[in-house]
Design a binder for this molecule. Structure first.
Ligand code: DX5
Ligand code: ZN
Length: 219
């Protein structure tokens, strides 16, 4: 498969050295930069928001892929789009009016994605396929990097692949992706791999390039 995309999550980077970390994954061959936005409500952790995104936007031209792990994404869609992200993914569990939210994301000029937790079904997504650019399958319970991959995500990816058919919708998987799990999710139908701890293992460009190349070699 040649169309596999790798999206390193900067959640696992060294935040005291964020500029160099982003430059390193850019040069190491990252396709997208995955931004894990956590609000301390939807998930038991807090990360960063639009001001930091706006300032790191100047460091790289790679697409910014914002994964909003927040209870009220609708209130922040404009703030994220104007901070320079290219894709906004909201969680199905908090999206009472998912159709409206996805429409709004596209109106703001971003690609629109929906994320589903390990215990969330794909039901209902069949009605919003024409509003979706991306479906994100969580293969851990969101909130932290470095957790163990949940095998239940494999069957879910297969169901989504079937649902998506030949539509231009990316199937992204996030959580516990490493040299052992990558091939399983790719075989099931994932074409965008998010990885934090597996990519930011070691320090600097050389390590990150090796780590990205290992994941890419699984396709
Ligand atoms: C989890 C985040 C992930 C996480 C992945 O809540 O959405 O993006 O950073 O980290 P790893 O690859 O270490 O499981
Ligand atoms: Zn994520």
């Amino acid at each position: 498969m040649t169309n596999l995309l790798i999206a390193p999550s900067i959640l696992s980077s060294n935040f005291s050295n964020l500029k160099e970390e982003i430059q390193a994954i850019d040069k190491a061959g990252a396709d997208w930069i995955h931004l894990d936005i956590m609000d301390g409500h939807f998930v038991p952790n807090l990360t960063f928001g639009p001001p930091i995104i706006r300032s790191i936007r100047q460091i790289t031209k790679k697409p910014f892929d914002a994964h909003l792990m927040v209870t009220n994404p609708d209130e922040y869609l404009e703030a994220y789009s104007s901070s320079g992200v290219n894709m906004i993914t909201v969680h199905k569990e908090v999206s009472t009016h998912l159709d409206r939210t996805l429409t709004r994301i596209r109106e703001l000029g971003c690609k629109a994605g929906v994320a589903i937790n390990p215990a969330t079904s794909i039901s209902g997504l069949e009605f919003v396929l024409d509003k979706l650019d991306l479906i994100l399958v969580m293969s851990v319970n969101p909130g932290f990097g470095g957790q163990e991959f949940l095998n239940s995500s494999i069957d879910k990816i297969k169901l989504i692949k079937n649902l998506v058919g030949d539509r231009d919708i990316k199937i992204q998987v996030d959580g516990g992706i490493n040299d052992k799990t990558a091939s399983k999710v790719i075989q099931a139908g994932a074409n965008v791999l998010v990885a934090g701890s597996a990519i930011f293992k070691g320090t600097g460009l050389k390590s990150y390039k090796k780590n990205i190349d290992i994941l890419r070699s699984k396709a």
